[in-house]
Design a protein around this ligand. Sequence first.
Ligand code: IPM
Ligand code: MN
Length: 349
Amino acid sequence: MNTRIAVVPGDGIGPEVIAVGMQVLDRLNEERRLGLEFTHFGWNADEYLRTGISMPPGAMDDIRNHYDAVYLGAFGDPRVPDMKHAADILLGMRFQLDLYVNYRPVKLLNAGLSPLKNKGPKDIDMVIFRENTEGAYVGMGGIFKKGTPDEIATQEDVSTRKGVERIIRHAFEYAKRTGRKSVCMSDKNNVMRFGGDLWVRTFEDVAREYPDIEHFHMFVDALTMQMVRAPEMFDVIVTNNMFGDIVTDLGAALQGGLGMAASGNINPGKVSLFEPIHGSAPKYTGKDVSNPIGAVLTAAMMLEYLGFDEAAAAVETAVVEAIAAGETTKDIGGSLGTKAAGQAILKRL
Ligand code: IPM
Ligand code: MN
């Protein structure tokens, strides 16, 4: 049976980098007969501005019932300042498809890309699991007396036992499966007492089921410092939605910049969404300057999720070789455009 993939290039530089990712996927699909079947969807800011619809009715169910994965570029357009379509589509999929695992590996692929003095590939190799369906992202709260001197805004940070437990368990399971030695849970329970209490208790409860894996806690402010000062101390990190959003941008910088970072929004065993971490970068749109590696490594991550481990590994090897040869875009020290940097990877596949 074929594996069905929905391709959503989105806004800004999304289409350019996804085009490169698609060349890689098409090549592998042909040569290795992976049986991948792609359907393109043009949901983006243009469509939204033209029709007022971010995602047509029934589309979410179609994705849920008829696809194995979604390969997404980026969302965000200055003409849609409230990011309505992005919220509907990206956050919509995260919530409605219950993609509770945000999987963001931080792996330095070449010593030359390290932004840290004296830290190399063996130091910068960790995986961050960000809870992806709760926390400050649930949109609970409101504004009272808006526009008056007395106005009040609240924004709730929601944690449920089930939600916290499943992401923490996923982090431990991953550590066990991949031979990682420790899991660090990060929060801010010295201030956020209630949510923190739930996270800490759940972390301790789950950790007891994995006696062979070390576990430790770190306040998120200290985490940002230690990720820079001593990244080698981390194997697997698990944290909530908002803290995870912040520390994964730091993580992307550790691997050479936003252009390098891949991510998966996963509901294990169900349709899951894969996107590079970088945004739509409107000012670089159509200029053939964006780094396609984030999108290519995202394609590899998707292949791995779908069970094509060897094909995924081949992609990573080709990327590592292209970087080693200096055949990359300018953001990581090369001199090529997006398309040529893509060719440099393709010819090594
Ligand atoms: C990310 C992005 C999104 C987030 C935005 C675009 C809503 O920053 O995927 O990290 O905050 O989750
Ligand atoms: Mn982010």
